[in-house]
Design a protein around this ligand. Structure first.
Ligand code: NAD
Length: 490
């Protein structure tokens, strides 16, 4: 392993066992250290994100620094409450007992993250891991090297390195890390690598959270008010081109609209692309660049098909040298083309037309479950049908991306878009074991719990499972008759 020897992992595990990371004061100091890193190194973070992804400062603040500081403030405010044990009720058979749920840290955890939100998807889970009292190794992506190196130096400077370390590198380093035994692996990335992670975890029966991608649709109903349609268009464009140029797991992948509304939607999109990114978006600093040549080639291949080319109604120009692809709109590319089968992850926006907007339900539910579904409609019946007849990590009506910023909502996929969830308190839970504690008194001891088994004992046992304490006492005292039951003779 390049920067972490196996001895380091052993030392980290021993450090965890010493109990230091479980203390509230340690957790608090680490969360504050992380917040200091984000605040004091804000400018370096902006520069690293610009260098790796051409990400504008506002976007960098919106999706990374701002969101993370917000999460840290929440974790610091709620830490004691999250850590406190929670009382739980017991059945009547446990008369004079108490029960609680204790949140126990899992141990030494591994976080592997992707390049598109290099700070967001690395530190958001790390906040949960620290808040829950774990030791953690973070392996950020090799494809955002300036960000990964800043994460490594920042964490080395601001956090307790006996418990928290960053390992830089790519698949080879990941592979070496995955051969070790972890108490939890939290992975953000592609489904292909997700399955590699899961196979490695299976060898040690390690629990896994997989935050994967997929094709997130945006359904646009026939909005009658021009204001509503304009707002929808702006939100769609920012949820595509204004979110790391579409290189985001929750970016809109494609749009579905009724045939009769399509040209109006496209015309409005063209107007607003110009308003947002200027007449020559290549010179705009508000649209991110494609992460590298390999991804640019991948996106170019998505367009490299005559029928797909014919469906381009706007944009399409590419500057290979500067890793730039113009915001591009396609109408009805073939459904069996790669652009409609693979996650786009870039500034290409296919629009699929349907006869009736309700047809979008079948379209979405017959494809792999997306991480996010966006539906622009005021029609409550359609909203309810979207919730109940489709499956996705989240559903947002009349906006896009917004759900990512809400600490109160679980963030995660379902089916092909992953499993497990985080953000806010959900991150704390993801990195905790919820341990059941029962404290029993010696004072009450029901004879019917012990053999030899009789029909009468069976009946009393049933009563103590189905009645509260008072009901049970009344039955035992003969003041209440339990409902008749066909008892298997003992
Ligand atoms: P990726 O799967 O290629 O890489 C993710 C991580 O895995 C990186 O750290 C990489 O070094 C490591 N890795 C790569 N190959 C590996 C291998 N063979 N063995 C072990 N580790 C390996 O994904 P990416 O290109 O970095 O990110 C893009 C994908 O991530 C998209 O599909 C996107 O939708 C998804 N994503 C999901 C979320 C989410 O929260 N659900 C967030 C961001 C990105």
């Amino acid at each position: 392993m390049r920067t972490l020897e196996m001895d380091h992992l052993k030392n980290m595990r021993e450090y965890f066992r010493s109990g230091i990371t479980k203390e509230a004061s340690w957790r608090e100091s680490q969360l504050k250290g992380l917040r200091r890193f984000l605040v004091e190194k804000e400018n370096d973070i902006f520069m690293a994100l610009m260098q790796d992804l051409g990400k504008h400062r506002l976007e960098a603040f919106r999706d990374e620094i701002g969101t993370l500081v917000k999460t840290l403030n929440l974790a610091l405010k709620c830490l004691k409450d999250w850590m406190s044990s929670k009382k739980a009720p017991l059945p009547a058979i446990a008369l004079l007992s108490s029960a609680e749920i204790v949140h126990e840290p899992l141990g030494l955890v591994l976080i592997i993250s992707s390049w598109n939100l290099p700070f967001g998807v690395s530190l958001e889970p790390l906040i949960g891991a620290i808040a829950a009292g774990n030791a953690a190794v973070l392996k950020p992506s090799e494809l955002s090297p300036a960000c990964s190196s800043l994460l490594a130096s920042g964490i080395a400077t601001y956090l307790d390195n006996k418990a928290i370390k960053v390992i830089q590198g790519g698949p080879q380093e990941s592979d070496q890390l995955l051969r070790q035994k972890w108490d939890k692996i939290f992975f953000t990335g592609s489904a292909r690598v997700g399955s590699i992670v899961m196979s490695a975890a299976a060898k040690h029966l390690t629990p896994v959270t997989l935050e994967l991608g997929g094709k997130c649709p945006a359904v646009v109903d026939s909005l009658s008010s021009s204001w509503d349609l304009e707002v929808a268009v702006k939100r769609i464009l920012v949820g595509k081109y204004g979110t790391c140029a579409g290189q985001a797991c929750i970016a809109i992948d494609y749009v579905i609209v009724e045939k009769r509304c399509c040209s109006k939607l496209v015309e409005l999109m063209k107007v607003w692309i110009k308003k947002m990114f200027g007449d020559n978006p290549q010179h705009s600093n508000t649209i991110a660049r494609i992460v590298n040549k390999q991804h640019l080639t991948r996106l170019m291949k998505l367009l490299d098909d005559q029928k797909v080319q014919e469906s381009v109604v706007y944009g399409g120009s590419i500057d290979e040298e500067n890793l730039f692809i113009e915001p591009t709109i396609l109408v009805d590319p073939p459904l069996d083309a790669a652009i409609m089968l693979d996650e786009v992850f870039g500034p290409l926006l296919p629009i699929i037309t349907v006869d009736k907007i309700e047809d979008s339900i079948e379209f979405i539910s017959s494809r792999p479950k997306p991480l996010a579904l966006y539906v622009f409609t005021k029609n409550k019946t359609l909203q309810n049908r979207m919730i109940s007849e489709t499956s996705s990590g989240s559903v947002t009506f009349n906006d896009a991306i917004l759900q990512y910023a809400a600490d109160s909502l679980p963030f995660g996929g379902v089916g092909g878009s992953g499993f497990g969830m985080y953000h806010g308190k959900f991150s704390f839970d993801t990195f905790s074991h919820q341990k059941a504690i029962v404290r029993r008194s010696f004072l009450t001891d029901f004879w019917y719990r012990y053999p030899p088994w009789t029909a009468n004992k069976f009946q009393l046992l049933e009563v103590s499972y189905n009645y509260d304490y008072l009901g049970l006492v009344l039955v035992i005292l003969g003041l209440k008759r339990p409902s008749k039951r066909q008892i298997i003779p003992c």
